[in-house]
Design a protein around this ligand. Sequence first.
Ligand code: ZN
Length: 145
Amino acid sequence: MTKKQINQIFALIKVYGIYSEETQNNMELLKRRKNLLYILKILKETMDEKKYKLISSNGEEYLSDIPGLFGGNKKLKIYGRLDCPSARRWISKGMYVSNRVFFENEETAIAANYRPCAICMPKEYKEWKEKEKQKDIARKRFTNN
Ligand SMILES: [Zn+2]
């Protein structure tokens, strides 16, 4: 395994595998347990040299030897957590799979012009919305002058 691959596994554990005080309930514990099993699967795949299809910062697909940290919807241009309940619901209905994409990290998703999911990343979504509002105000001011 390369250092980059090991770092990404650590990133997956940090985002999806760590139990926190603020999410102390049974549903959350079950989700974390599922996530840890997912991370173990990723670890095995990485050691088996599996390649992952990811989206680059310019929105193009490429094959990577490290797994994605975030998922996304190509059509809606939204990125979110891999364990997003909203994304899971869509996938279970079979509606989402063809639009499903993955990103190495959040920065790449943002650079590719994806916005955070309101369901699983409420804090990031709020920040994004606020920024969009500011942009809109600036735009209006510009066109009024
Ligand atoms: Zn989500």
